[in-house]
Unconditional design. Structure first.
Length: 115
């Protein structure tokens, strides 16, 4: 298996990023040091968001995230992401997430974009 490294990779939502605050226009900019992964994101309805995760040897992530939307609402949650490496070497993450205050749960997919 190839060495997994999220450093300097950018992702956009490809599934279940079509409503609410998180849309396909948001770019998640990932960084990594050891098994610690983090990202910043912002977009039309997000002033600023961050996530921090722990990567396992297969590249799967356990994370917590939060963001401040343009209406001043602070939203926080957790997510488990399963890594898929595409034939061209890009990463795709299959996410299972939960928003903490509303207990809303869902699934989504983000995919690496080449710059």
């Amino acid at each position: 298996m190839p060495v997994i490294n999220y450093n300097n990779r950018s992702f956009v939502g490809t599934e279940n990023y079509d409503s609410g605050d998180l849309t396909s226009e948001i770019v998640f900019k990932y960084q990594q040091k050891g098994d610690v992964v983090w990202a910043l994101f912002e977009g039309p309805r997000i002033k600023l968001g961050t996530l921090v995760a722990q990567a396992d040897p297969d590249g799967d992530l356990e994370m917590v995230w939060h963001y401040l939307n343009v209406n001043g609402r602070l939203v926080a949650g957790s997510c488990s992401s399963k890594l898929e490496i595409l034939p061209d070497g890009r990463y795709r993450l299959h996410e299972t997430w939960r928003i903490h205050d509303s207990f809303e749960e869902g699934h989504s997919v983000i995919e690496e974009v080449r710059s």
